[in-house]
Design a protein around this ligand. Structure first.
Ligand SMILES: [Zn+2]
Length: 544
C-alpha cells in the first residue's frame, strides 16, 4: 500500500506544473519520493558474495566503484569537473622494529625499552625511512581549546622538531567546572587522533601517547593489535608527523623517573589550565623503518545542479561509505558482506539520487560515496582535504552509515545535529513526516567522531549521521530483538542480506535524509554552528 501511494505521488509530482518549471527558476512544491524497489535491488547486489565484501585494495572494492559510477550516470547525476571519481591515495604501513634502531636516552643513559611490551611506534606520514634525533617534551593533554576558557597546554612553546609526550583523554570535570570538556562525555580533544593532529599543527617531529586503561578506555592489547599490524593512512595531503607511537604507563613511569621527573605530580598539574609544558631531560633517536604499501582508491560523486542563479553555488552533500572489510582469513566463509554496514547506506544514497536528479532544489546537491571508512574515515578525510566543492559554500553534510533493516519507526536518531541549526531543521522535518527526534543522550563513547560526517564537521561544515530510530511501529518487542541481534553480526561475515527484510525502515530513513536535505537546499540561508561549539570555530576561521 505504501509503495502504491509513493509511486502515485511520484508520478503526480512529475506531471505537476511546479515540477515542469523546476529546471528553470522555481523548485518543486513537494520532495521526491524514495522508492523501495531500487533500494532493495542495489542492497542485494552490493552485499552479494560476488562483490567480495567491497574491501579496500581488493577486487570487490574496485567493482563497487565501477558499479557506483555506472549507477550515478544512470541516475542522471552530473559529474564534478568532468569526473565521477575522486582519487584517494592510501598507504598501508607496517613498522619494522627489528630493522630499526629507535631508542630513548633519559638522564644521560639509555633507557631499556621493549617493542610491543613497553612501546609501539611507526611513521605517521606514510614514509618508509626516518632518521630521528629529538628532545622529548611533556605537554600534558596536548590540547589547544580556545572555547574552553582559552585552554592551551602548549602555552606558545616552540615545539618544532621535538617529540611530544602526552596523555590521552581530556581534563576531568571539577567541582567548580563540572561541564568543562563536555563534563563526563568525551570531547574530540580526548581522542588519540586529535593528539596526533594537534602535534602536527604545532610542527612537532612526533608524538608519543601515554596509555592507561582508564584514560584510553581500552587495554594495551588493543593498542598492540592495531600497531603490530598494518595501519592505513592517507599518503597525500596533510599527512601526520613522522613519528607516532604509544608508551605503556609503566614505560612512561620509567622514562619520567630516569629524566628526574615525577609523572604523577605532572599529571596532576596537567589537570589545571595553568599547566606549562615540561622539557624532559631525555631524547629519542635512531633509524625508524617501515614497509609502506600504496593503494589507490576512489570516492564516487555526482551532483544535481541547483536551480537558483545565486544559491546553486552552495551545496548540500549526502554521504555513505561504500567500503567494508572485504575478504579475510581462511574460514568456511571469508566474505565480510557488510549488508547493513554499509551496503544499506550506499543503496539508500543511490535510491535517493535516482529521484533527486529529476527534482532539483535551489542549491546544488551532491551524492558522495566515500572509500575506506573502515580503515579510519580515509575517503572522507581525503575529500575534506581536497574538496570537490568549496567547504565554505557547503551548507550541510548528511551521512548514512548502516540503515534500519528492521522496520519503520516513530522516531529518528539525529545525534550531533543539535550542535548546529540542523537540529531545528531535523525536528521540523521529522514533524512534517509524523515522526519525532529520538532523545539526545550524552556522547560517552565519542560516537560523533566515528563516521564520515566527522571529517566535514572538523572542516567546519554542519554535519551529522542520520541513524535509525528504535520506537518500532510493528511488533515493538520482536523488532527490538532483531535490532539487538545485529550486535553479534556487526563487522562479522554474518552481516548478510536477507531478502525477507522489511525495508520500510530504510526507505523512511532515506526519505527523512532527503527531506532534510531539501529543507536545507531550499532554505533562506546556510545553517550555522551553535556558538561555542568546538567545531564552529574552524568554520568561522575558514569563512574569513
Ligand atoms: Zn559503517
Amino acid at each position: 500500500m505504501q509503495k502504491l501511494i509513493a509511486s502515485v505521488a511520484c508520478s503526480l509530482l512529475a506531471l505537476s506544473p511546479a515540477f515542469a518549471s523546476a529546471a528553470s527558476t522555481s523548485t518543486p512544491t513537494s520532495n521526491p519520493i524514495v522508492q523501495e524497489a531500487p533500494l532493495r535491488g542495489h542492497l542485494s547486489f552490493l552485499s552479494n558474495d560476488a562483490m567480495e565484501g567491497r574491501g579496500t585494495g581488493q577486487r570487490g572494492g574496485n567493482l563497487t566503484v565501477v558499479y557506483l559510477e555506472a549507477q550515478a550516470i544512470a541516475a542522471g547525476l552530473k559529474p564534478v569537473n568532468g569526473n565521477y571519481r575522486q582519487p584517494v591515495s592510501i598507504a598501508g604501513v607496517v613498522a619494522l622494529p627489528k630493522e630499526s634502531s629507535l631508542a630513548i636516552q633519559a638522564g644521560g643513559a639509555a633507557l631499556p625499552m621493549q617493542w610491543s611490551t613497553d612501546w609501539v611506534w611507526g611513521p605517521g606520514d606514510a614514509q618508509a625511512d626516518h632518521t630521528i634525533h629529538s628532545e622529548l617534551v611533556f605537554v600534558g593533554y596536548g590540547i589547544t581549546a580556545p572555547e574552553e576558557g582559552g585552554w592551551d597546554d602548549y602555552k606558545g612553546l616552540d615545539v618544532k622538531g621535538k617529540v611530544l609526550v602526552m596523555m590521552v583523554n581530556d581534563p576531568a570535570p571539577t567541582a567548580e567546572e563540572p561541564n568543562r570538556f563536555g563534563g563526563l562525555g568525551l570531547t574530540y580533544y580526548g581522542r588519540w587522533t586529535y593528539k596526533f593532529e594537534e602535534a602536527m599543527r604545532h610542527g612537532a617531529a612526533g608524538a608519543l601517547l601515554i596509555h592507561t586503561d582508564k584514560s584510553a578506555a581500552y587495554g594495551w592489547s588493543v593498542v598492540q593489535n592495531s600497531w603490530l599490524n598494518e595501519r592505513f593512512q592517507l599518503s597525500k595531503g596533510k599527512v601526520g608527523t613522522g613519528l607516532q607511537g604509544w608508551l605503556t604507563d609503566a614505560a612512561a613511569r620509567k622514562l619520567f623517573t630516569a629524566a628526574g621527573q615525577d609523572l604523577d605530580a605532572l599529571r596532576a598539574k596537567a589537570e589545571r589550565k595553568d599547566f606549562k609544558p615540561v622539557a624532559l631531560n631525555a631524547s629519542i633517536g635512531g633509524e625508524m623503518k617501515a614497509t609502506v604499501r600504496h593503494i589507490d582508491q576512489f570516492n564516487v560523486a555526482g551532483i544535481v545542479p541547483g536551480t537558483d542563479p545565486k544559491l546553486k553555488d552552495e551545496l548540500v552533500v549526502y554521504t555513505a561509505h561504500w567500503d567494508h572489510l572485504g575478504m579475510q582469513g581462511t574460514g568456511a566463509d571469508t566474505i565480510y558482506n557488510g549488508a547493513v554496514d554499509n551496503a544499506s547506506g550506499t543503496a539508500g544514497l543511490l535510491a535517493m539520487a535516482q529521484v533527486a536528479s529529476r527534482a532539483p532544489a535551489k542549491r546544488t546537491q551532491m551524492f558522495l560515496w566515500v572509500a575506506a571508512e573502515e580503515q579510519g574515515l580515509l575517503g572522507s578525510q581525503a575529500y575534506a582535504e581536497a574538496p570537490l566543492w568549496p567547504l565554505d559554500k557547503t551548507a550541510a553534510n548528511l551521512n548514512l552509515d548502516s540503515l534500519n533493516f528492521v522496520t519503520a519507526t516513530r522516531d529518528i536518531n539525529t545525534q550531533g545535529s543539535e550542535r548546529t541549526e540542523l537540529g531545528k531543521l531535523a525536528a521540523e522535518t521529522a514533524e512534517a513526516m509524523g515522526m519525532r527526534i529520538a532523545e539526545v543522550k550524552p556522547d560517552l563513547s565519542g560516537g560523533y567522531f566515528r563516521s564520515d560526517h566527522f571529517n566535514f564537521a572538523k572542516a567546519g561544515v554542519p554535519a551529522f549521521s542520520v541513524s535509525g530510530g528504535r520506537d518500532y511501529i510493528k511488533d515493538p518487542e520482536g523488532s527490538k530483538k532483531k535490532q539487538e541481534a545485529y550486535r553479534a553480526r556487526y563487522h562479522q561475515v554474518t552481516d548478510e542480506y536477507d531478502p525477507n527484510w522489511d525495508l520500510s525502515g530504510m526507505v523512511q530513513q532515506a526519505q527523512f535524509t532527503l527531506n532534510l536535505g531539501y529543507r536545507v537546499a531550499n532554505g533562506n540561508k546556510m545553517p550555522e554552528w551553535k556558538s561555542g561549539d568546538a567545531f564552529g570555530r574552524y568554520h568561522q576561521s575558514s569563512a574569513k
